[in-house]
Design a protein around this ligand. Structure first.
Ligand SMILES: *Cc1c(COP(=O)(O)O)cnc(C)c1O
Length: 410
């Protein structure tokens, strides 16, 4: 078991190219592998199994650092914390009865620092950057990742550089800038911003913390899978619907389930992994439908669910592999269905989903109709950010207190 007084104990054995399996040493700064694919962190899981019994969790704080034996930080003093709570699994009872489902739970990731689950990945990436002596980090973002990077870098004393598409909502851009990042808008999409980071990396010595272009964000996102398993008493649901942009969360949870099985905490049963995208930006759905392992760049990407407006994902094959191995699928929903569902869940279940989260609920309704999801399945939907950071329809009913009020109007 990890002793707080020891600062060099961890179970990381090496990193591995997710495509070729080539081994890379831990404790060094890495971005992509030589073949341009994501690097995954590997652990000595036999040792984890021996030294990390489930009972070790008793008495640990309700935050994802409770799983630190399955995380890569070596020196606990490098852990950068902003209050990473375990997020609730909310029963969507009204939606469940309307759709006639056996069980719908919504994992509400909007409770995390900076209001989205990007905090999980960024907390890990920034803590590891601190450990590895990185001084400047840069990333492209549609908003939520940049907000998390700004906050965690400020906390860790690392400089951050953030590039957003120029149609990113002002509330996100201002939050990122206000939390201390050097913030720029770019007349292009997230992949165009990514290109600037890629070039500036050499010119300015930035560490590129783009989705899956460094090995540790996925380790943070992996904690969603461990936490979900723990909350369900180590019995995974039948299906997980995940709003998929870069896919880190889906890949991360899949990795978590495999590690949990190897350490004997769960059995071999897996949820069907269902990737949800918007019909205006659905490269993974297209590749899935066409039977391909890699996705093509999606042209003229458009959706109001900004977190899933990702025209090209470096981890496309990892997303598609997990979907297929789990007997899941990928599906797209229209923006209209997303916004209708967002309002419905807000008003009937009292849960303010972000549009990306609402996309999973819309996909659930659509796929019950199509027969690809059965009403008997226990499903978990991921709401990845607070709905509070997104535009809501205006409300303009007015009472003029200087005139007699007609109480029949209410
Ligand atoms: C980033 C983001 C996503 C997509 O997450 P990935 O794991 O990169 O696919 C979904 N929803 C929201 C709100 C996001 O910020």
């Amino acid at each position: 078991m990890l002793d707080q007084s020891l600062d060099t104990q961890t179970f990381v054995s090496h990193l591995e190219c997710s495509e070729t399996g080539k081994v890379y040493p831990a404790d060094k700064i890495h971005n992509l592998s030589e073949t341009g694919k994501p690097l995954l962190v590997r652990y000595d899981l036999d040792a984890v199994k021996r030294f990390f019994p489930k009972t070790a969790l008793n008495g640990r704080l309700p935050e994802f650092w409770r799983y630190r034996e399955l995380l890569p930080i070596r020196n606990l003093k490098n852990i950068t914390r902003l209050g990473e709570v375990m997020t609730p699994l909310l029963p969507a009872t009204h939606l469940q009865s309307v759709l006639g489902m056996r069980s719908i739970l919504i994992k509400d990731e909007g409770r995390l620092p900076t209001g989205s689950f990007k905090a999980r990945g960024i907390a890990l990436a920034v803590s590891m950057a601190k450990e590895l002596g990185i001084k400047k980090m840069a990333m492209p973002t549609n908003g939520n990742a940049g907000a998390a990077l700004a906050a965690y870098c400020s906390q860790a004393g690392i400089e951050s550089y953030v590039f957003c598409p120029d149609d990113t909502p002002q509330v996100n851009i201002r939050e990122i800038a206000f939390q201390g990042a050097n913030t720029y808008t770019v007349n292009g999409l997230i992949n165009d911003c990514g290109k600037i980071v890629g070039e500036g990396k050499t010119a300015r010595g930035w560490f590129d913390v783009s989705t899956l272009k460094e090995p540790y964000r996925i380790e943070g996102k992996k904690t969603m899978g461990i936490e979900l398993a723990e909350q369900l008493d180590w019995q995974l649901p039948d299906a997980i619907l995940y709003p998929t942009g870069g896919g880190t969360g889906l890949i991360g949870m899949w990795k978590a389930f495999n590690e949990l099985e190897k350490i004997g905490w769960i059995d071999s049963r897996r949820p069907r992994m269902i990737a949800v995208q918007a019909s205006g930006c659905a490269p993974i759905v297209k590749a899935y439908n066409e039977g391909h392992r890699y996705a093509e760049l999606w042209q003229d990407a458009y959706t109001q669910a900004a977190g899933i407006r990702v025209p090209a994902a470096v981890g496309d094959f990892l997303i598609l592999d997990a979907i297929r191995e789990s007997n899941g699928f990928a599906t797209a929903v229209s923006d209209e269905a997303i916004l209708t569902m967002q309002a419905r869940v807000a008003q009937s279940d009292g849960i303010l989903l972000c549009p990306e989260g609402a996309a999973t609920a819309a996909a659930l309704a659509q796929e019950i109709d199509s027969g690809r999801i059965s009403k008997n399945e226990k499903v978990v939907l991921f709401n990845c950010a607070t709905g509070l950071k997104y535009p809501m329809p205006a409300s303009d009913q007015f009472v003029d207190r200087h005139f007699p009020i007609d109480y029949n109007q209410f």
